[in-house]
Every structure is written in structure tokens, then in C-alpha cells.
Design a protein around this ligand. Structure first.
Ligand SMILES: [Zn+2]
Length: 499
């Protein structure tokens, strides 16, 4: 596809300005987003981050860019304490469950992708694992040592922040401020408290360890992102994304490691998405307000969550509360229902070309949608423009003299903006069935569903008692064929399951 003319501006955290988007080597775009540390199920904070970057990738592709999207999987080196101390998060979980750390990483990696699939988040082109790139990470440490930006101390290697005057450019912190905030007592090996670990010596009992020129050890968490992004996207690339909470120290350290080693600018545009709060409070396991995606899906369904996230801008904080989700649910259900009614109307045969006013309406709405997206991916406005388009479509579908071509054009435009760009699954694939997938039902709906199926079982039993076997069989076949519900007659009575 040709690259569209566009006026996309993005907010670059590095320069603190909105800049016109101009990649290094168009139409190619290299984009890296920090991925999850796989020691537990993904939560609603992950959904905000990865849905936001999913829309950014979708939109860049929509404009005609050939995006290579890399998102890492952290399976080693992320410690419980950001100050290079504490336990490895994956290893701690593995010890608690008495399994190998790689089993923990594998299980939660799979569950992470399952959750993202349900949110209709496109999979990255490359999902590199930190443990699979130890050689590249060791090579990067060697380069930093050779360039005089790192030093070894007792089998660990640290980045020498004093050797890199640009340190602090992204987060806007000075080294003095950082030193004041650091805990000096935990960093006896470091020359200065702001120095950070590139490679850590493995203490006795540490499972995830590899041989290195400095002895057995493991990479510091920040190192993997510099090493793996440069391996797949080159030493300079276009976009690096991540959560605002990772600006410091994680992203600051990534820049220092990469630029001190290569002497080249690392990333052109730094995009940071804001955090999720729960009822106005920070979310945390210890605070008791921690919401996993699986729990949120059970209650609201993945598409309602996607809709809720896209209602606000990615750089704004998002407050998660039952009330806010309930209204998002209403909004989404209305939108989905209206889209279904337009699609249904578009299937009715009716002659004639598309009405020119319909063509004009779609053009006008599309240009306002693009304008919103060009304003640093303002999905909040883009969604409201989509609502207007659906309202127009509904009015059109209600007309007695509308051509099928007009309705089809309307339906295609909705799929293009709402499905391809915003990533809602009532896009093209949703056209196969007008039913909401059962996996998307809320808990209370699942309960009603169960009651209904149990009533049908009782009704079928009554038919069989009256020897009306043909009717009983008809009911059984119909449920299996239409809804995928299978009845099984057992000595304990009739059980049901999904096909
Ligand atoms: Zn990272």
C-alpha cells in the first residue's frame, strides 16, 4: 500500500514537544515497546499500555507504513527492587511454586498472549525473550567496558553514570536529585549511588545464571531492552514506547547503555502511556485493589475494556471503577448493536448506486477521524467521531429508499475506522456472527444463561417422559447446531457442555 499523505504529530517525551512524525527510513518504521515481566497474570495496567500501542501500530500501518513491532518478554533479571537489589521476580515466583523459573515464564507468557488476543491486540512481529539474548547482552557490556562507560566490581558490572553527561535527559532529573533519592547502603560496590547494574554476579542458590567474562551471573533488567531493540531494529530506530513509570530508571538507562556504546542517537520518538488507577488510587497487589485482566474480562468482557481504554487519551491517567466500566459497557453495547443493525440492513437486496450524500458524509467523517488521530493519536475524539458515523448509518438504514450500495459503503467505513484502526472485533470477523461470543458475557449474564439452559434440560426431560422423543431430539440437535451446547445424558441426569 502507498503511504498516505498525513499530518501526524506525536508527543515526544525526550524533547517534551509535539513533533511531526517523520521516520528515519520511510515507509519503514521500527517500533519497540517494553513488554511484560512474566511472573503473574496481566492486569488492567497492561491492557491500557498494550491496547494503546496496538492502536498506534494499527494506525501507522493504516497510513501505509511498514512497521516492525518488537515487544520483549522479560523472563530474567527484573528484580523486586529497582535499585539493583532484591530477588528476581520470576525466580521468586518459581521458588514459591516449586517449579523451574522457565516454567513460570513460559506459563505466564502463554497466558499473556491469550489475554492480549482476547483484547484483539495484534501480536508483535518479534517477541524476544531476555534469556534468549544473553550473548547479545554480554557483548553490549563488553562494548561499554571498552568505551570506558562501565566498570567491574566483584563479578558485577555497573554503568558509570558520571562518564555519561547526557544521563537524565529523558526523565529531566539531575544526577544530584537521583543520588539524593537512592539508598546508599545497598550499593557498596558502586562508585556512585546513581550507577546501575549491567551484569549481576549470581549469589549462591540463584537458578537463572550464565557464564560471562566476569563469572557466573545474569543481566541487569535494563540491558535486555537496549540489546534486543538494537538487534532487531538497528542502533537508531523510530519509536520506543512504554509506561510513564518506566521513564526512570528503565528508559533513562536504556538510552545511556545504547548511546554510550554506539555513539549514535538511540531512539527518535519516546512515547509514554499513563497509568491506571482504581477508584482514584494506585493499583497494587499489597493495596488489595489489584485487578487481573481475566477477572475484568469475566465481569465486563474484553471489548468493553478496550472501549473503556480508548475513551481516554493514552497520555492521560485512567481511573478504573465499577461505575465508569458500567457506563463504558452501555456505550459499547449501544455502538455494537447499532453497527449490527446497519450490517443487517446492508444485506437486504436493493438496487442503485451509493448516494452521493452518503459518500460525502463518509469523507467528512473520515477526515475528522484522521485529524483526531493525527493529534498524537487522540482516540477519545476518534471514538466520538465513530459514534457520529454510526448514528448517520442508523438513520440511513431506517430510510425506506436506501440503496444497498450506500449501506454497504457505510458498513465498510465503520469497519475501516472502528475495526482496522481502533481494533474492535465487530470488524470484519464479527460479520460472521451477530451473536456476542459466550466468552464475552458478564458474570450475571453467564448466570442467566446457566438458568436458561437448565430450564431447557427440564423441558426436554418432560418431553421424553411424555415419549415425545422426536421433539426432544429436535431440541437437542437445535441447541447443538445453533448455540454449540451439547447435552449428555448420564446416570446422574442430563449434563451440558459447550461443543
Ligand atoms: Zn524495556
Amino acid at each position: 500500500m502507498d503511504l498516505r499523505q498525513h499530518n501526524l504529530h506525536v508527543y515526544n517525551t525526550l524533547t517534551r514537544t509535539r513533533e511531526k512524525f517523520a521516520p528515519l527510513d520511510p515507509p519503514r518504521v521500527g517500533m519497540y515497546v517494553c513488554g511484560p515481566t512474566v511472573y503473574g497474570d496481566a492486569h488492567i495496567g497492561h491492557a491500557k499500555s498494550y491496547v494503546s500501542f496496538d492502536v498506534i501500530v494499527r494506525y501507522l500501518r493504516y497510513l501505509g507504513y511498514r512497521v516492525t513491532y518488537v515487544q520483549n518478554i522479560t523472563d530474567v533479571g527484573h528484580l523486586t527492587d529497582d535499585a539493583d537489589e532484591g530477588e528476581d521476580k520470576v525466580e521468586r515466583k518459581a521458588k514459591a511454586e516449586r517449579v523451574h523459573p522457565m516454567a513460570v515464564a513460559e506459563m505466564y507468557t502463554r497466558r499473556y498472549f491469550e489475554d492480549m488476543d482476547r483484547l484483539n491486540v495484534l501480536r508483535p512481529d518479534i517477541s524476544p525473550r531476555a534469556s534468549g539474548h544473553i550473548i547479545e547482552q554480554i557483548e553490549l557490556v563488553k562494548r561499554l567496558l571498552a568505551a570506558g562507560h562501565a566498570y567491574e566490581a566483584g563479578g558485577s558490572v555497573y554503568f558509570d553514570v558520571a562518564s555519561w553527561p547526557k544521563y537524565g535527559r529523558l526523565s529531566g532529573r539531575t544526577v544530584d536529585q537521583m543520588q539524593a533519592g537512592a539508598r546508599v547502603e545497598v550499593s557498596a560496590e558502586k562508585r556512585a549511588p546513581a550507577d546501575f547494574a549491567l551484569w549481576k554476579r549470581a549469589e549462591p542458590g540463584h537458578i537463572m545464571q550464565w557464564p560471562s567474562p566476569w563469572g557466573m551471573g545474569f543481566p541487569g533488567w535494563h540491558l535486555e531492552c537496549s540489546a534486543m531493540s538494537m538487534k532487531y531494529l538497528g542502533e537508531s530506530f523510530d519509536i520506543h514506547g512504554g509506561g510513564i513509570e518506566n521513564q526512570f530508571p528503565h528508559h533513562e538507562d536504556e538510552i545511556a547503555q545504547a548511546e554510550a556504546a554506539t555513539g549514535k542517537p538511540f531512539v527518535r520518538y519516546w512515547l509514554h502511556n499513563n497509568m491506571v488507577t482504581v477508584n482514584g488510587q494506585k493499583m497494587g497487589k499489597s493495596l488489595g485493589n489489584f485487578i487481573t485482566l481475566r477477572k475484568a474480562f469475566d465481569k465486563w468482557g474484553p471489548m468493553v475494556l478496550r472501549y473503556f481504554i480508548l475513551q481516554s487519551h493514552y497520555r492521560s491517567p485512567l481511573d478504573f471503577s465499577d461505575g465508569a466500566l458500567a457506563s463504558a459497557s452501555q456505550g459499547y453495547v449501544r455502538l455494537a448493536r447499532d453497527i449490527m443493525s446497519i450490517r443487517k440492513a446492508a444485506m437486504a437486496p436493493s438496487e442503485g448506486p451509493a448516494d452521493t450524500t452518503v459518500v460525502q458524509t463518509i469523507e467528512a467523517v473520515r477526515s475528522r477521524f484522521l485529524e483526531a488521530m493525527h493529534d498524537d493519536f487522540n482516540t477519545s475524539i476518534a471514538l466520538s467521531v465513530l459514534f457520529e458515523l454510526v448514528t448517520e448509518g442508523k438513520l440511513l438504514a431506517a430510510k425506506a429508499t436506501v440503496s444497498q450500495a450506500s449501506l454497504q459503503m457505510m458498513s465498510d467505513a465503520i469497519n475501516e475506522l472502528g475495526g482496522d484502526v481502533l481494533g474492535f472485533s465487530w470488524g470484519r470477523e464479527g460479520a460472521k456472527s451477530s451473536l456476542r461470543p459466550l466468552s464475552e458475557l458478564r458474570t450475571d449474564e453467564v448466570e442467566s444463561f446457566r438458568l436458561m439452559v437448565n430450564l431447557m434440560i427440564q423441558f426436554r426431560n418432560a418431553l421424553r417422559q411424555r415419549k415425545l422423543f422426536d421433539l426432544a431430539d429436535m431440541m437437542r440437535a437445535g441447541l447443538e447446531h445453533e448455540l454449540g451446547i451439547v447435552f449428555e445424558d448420564t446416570p446422574e441426569g442430563t449434563k451440558w457442555r459447550f461443543k
